[in-house]
Design a protein around this ligand. Sequence first.
Ligand SMILES: Cc1cc2nc3c(=O)[nH]c(=O)nc-3n(C[C@H](O)[C@H](O)[C@H](O)COP(=O)(O)OP(=O)(O)OC[C@H]3O[C@@H](n4cnc5c(N)ncnc54)[C@H](O)[C@@H]3O)c2cc1C
Length: 469
Amino acid sequence: MKYDVLIVGTGPAGIFTALELLRNNYGKKIMMIEQGRSLERRACAKFKTKDCAKCRPYCHITSGFSGAGAFSDGKLSLSYEVGGDLPDLIGSKVTQEIIDYTDKIYLDFGADEKIEGTENAEKIKDIRRRAIQSGLKLVDCPIRHLGTEKAREIYLQLQKYLIENGVEILYNTVCLDLNISGGECSGAKCADVSNLNKPIVINAEHIVVAAGRKGAHWLDKMCRIHNIDHKPGTVDIGVRVEVRNEIMEEVNELLYEAKLVGYPKPFKNKVRTFCQNPGGFVSQENYDDNLALVNGHSYKEIKSANTNIAILCSHNFSVPFNEPISYAQKVGKLANMLADGHILVQRYGDILDGKRTWANELELSNVRPTLKDAVAGDISAALPYRTLINILSFIQAMDKVVTGFASSETLLYAPEIKFYSNKIQMDDRFNTNIKNLHCLGDSSGWTRGLMMASVMGVLMGRYINSREL
Ligand SMILES: Cc1cc2nc3c(=O)[nH]c(=O)nc-3n(C[C@H](O)[C@H](O)[C@H](O)COP(=O)(O)OP(=O)(O)OC[C@H]3O[C@@H](n4cnc5c(N)ncnc54)[C@H](O)[C@@H]3O)c2cc1C
């Protein structure tokens, strides 16, 4: 099989690479391979049964057309300051220009016109004042909220557009290895997920790896086997916090998402809020090796009585140990083990009192867990001391911005982990040290969100089309 462009992964980074090639009348053969299913065939059993079915071979939440974007909350962050380190590679100005361009494409495919976080400047000043007083920084970031249902519709339209315009997509097909010799990549070894023993080779002039967080571990392996230049990066470990909507009302209405950053004593590590879901639902996503992680999302129409938000603490390592992904996986596994393979949940007050939470105690609170199969227990037995102290200090600071955030009934779910590790070393045209090999999106370590991953795809499409590589 011979193509001009082979894209591994059909998440936003891969989609926007193909889309931008089409928009520039590329006219050559594009192949995308995806280990998951087409979007209309993706369904999470949990939406009906409330229990995670531990889908094999891949979790529908993270794999398939539109990648982790399919069931995401669809919050498009419209500022270059949010969503990863891409501006360090291509510059803030270019990043912002391409965000604006990409945002228009999302609008063309049906995104809501409304932008959150741009009105009520005086009231937002008030929130910022309280943040400053408690030692936190409030980051400005307008947000276009697609909502989980709308995000799915938009990505369905994109899937249709790509196929109708000649892009070939092989679903249920996993990339096992990259064909690299003499410092050059000529293609990839792929196989049907139900028959891994019969791989096929797909050759291409350009190989674009856009495997997402789901594929970060695999890409890490590729880097080691093929000497692809990379640097172990940061990994974020934390919790998902859930409170009643009444507590978050002001921030929800004015900002939709409060992006707050702090460096609490004594460790002064970066701690930040991430992915706020007003009226949302806490969810579980499953990774390889049975690692269950907590996440959150919200619908445009169906609302819960709660708001959830992640609090993440950045971890960096140096010598003699520098394997952030393995470290975070071990922490995650420990939390899973204590919850019998599920997500752990504990009341904030119980952590302060040094006791575990019992299932019947959850019934006594105003806030009821939206993740129904989360197991009440003891997060402090799983999270490292440094991580937990950082999180508890941050929650106390948050309480001055959002009164009631640190109430004893506030729920903390663990493990919430973001694997951004392994920053692939590339130039500003996304060339790796291996000729013809480019790495994009969350798996490249340069992005952490839908918009930035899409932006990287747009640029990749332009560079390939204009041969500016
Ligand atoms: C529940 C949830 C909610 C989220 N909410 C938001 C949000 O509101 N706003 C936001 O900005 N971001 C959100 N995110 C993050 C966002 O979805 C990701 O940052 C984004 O999807 C990354 O895009 P990507 O193209 O880099 O990778 P992905 O979207 O992860 O896509 C990668 C694809 O590659 C496939 N793949 C991996 N390895 C292989 C292989 N070896 N062979 C073949 N295929 C492979 C995977 O199956 C996957 O489909 C959320 C994520 C989750 C899980």
